[in-house]
Design a protein around this ligand. Structure first.
Ligand code: A4P
Ligand code: MG
Length: 171
């Protein structure tokens, strides 16, 4: 359905007929039932209007990087979506909230973290959203599952650069 917003004097008509974009999402959790939280997130993403989940990597057990607490469970999902990147981020925050995500400090252990890694060829640098995700290239917990489902998005040199970081593929 057509939606109209007033942005100052400019009227923007959002027809909802945007071209679909392939995006990659990082999933991570290290508090509570981490695997259950990732399962829940995948299920919720699958029910999100305007978004289709087209692939999901295996789950990986990873050591905390610049974080603390128990090992993380990480994965990467490929989605095809007509949502804008900010709309997609809002959906991710809503799913995080449903599993009780709190943000006591940056990189705190968390029940669920959902990040937008890539949004098509999009490049965004705003206070609320940076795409590509600025730290993804230095993290095995992103690069390894991303390479599993989208090898074209990861350079061998990047994988080589994170080979010291502990990561175990789960069955
Ligand atoms: N934000 C900006 N760009 C993005 C984006 N591309 N995707 C903003 C998602 N959010 C983005 O994020 C803080 C703010 O970043 C959001 O409000 C959003 O507007 P957050 O999820 O509230 O907090 P955070 O996760 O602590 O910060 P951040 O920057 O997302 O942390 P990182 O860099 O993602 O690192 N170790 C292992 N093994 N596994 C992990 O999953 N995760 C982190 C978090 C650290 N160490 C880890 C893991
Ligand atoms: Mg995050």
């Amino acid at each position: 359905m057509a939606r109209q917003e007033m942005a100052g004097a400019l009227q923007i008509v959002d027809s909802g007929m945007r071209q679909p974009v392939t995006a990659y999402l990082g999933l991570g959790a290290n508090l509570g039932d981490a695997r259950g939280a990732l399962d829940f997130a995948m299920q919720q993403l699958g029910q999100t209007p305007g978004l289709d989940v087209t692939a999901c990597s295996a789950y990986y057990r990873t050591s905390p990087i610049e974080s603390s607490g128990p090992d993380y469970i990480n994965a990467v999902a490929q989605v095809v979506t007509r949502l804008t990147a900010p709309q997609l981020l809002n959906c991710l925050h809503a799913i995080e909230a449903q599993v009780g995500r709190v943000r006591p400090y940056r990189n705190a252990p968390r029940t669920l973290d959902l990040d937008i890694l890539l949004y098509g060829e999009g490049r965004i640098a705003s206070p609320a959203l940076t795409i590509p995700h600025p730290r993804m290239g230095a993290r095995a917990f992103v690069l390894v599952p991303l390479a599993e489902i989208a090898p074209q998005c990861v350079a061998l040199m990047q994988l080589d650069g994170v080979r010291e970081q502990a990561i175990e593929r789960l069955l």
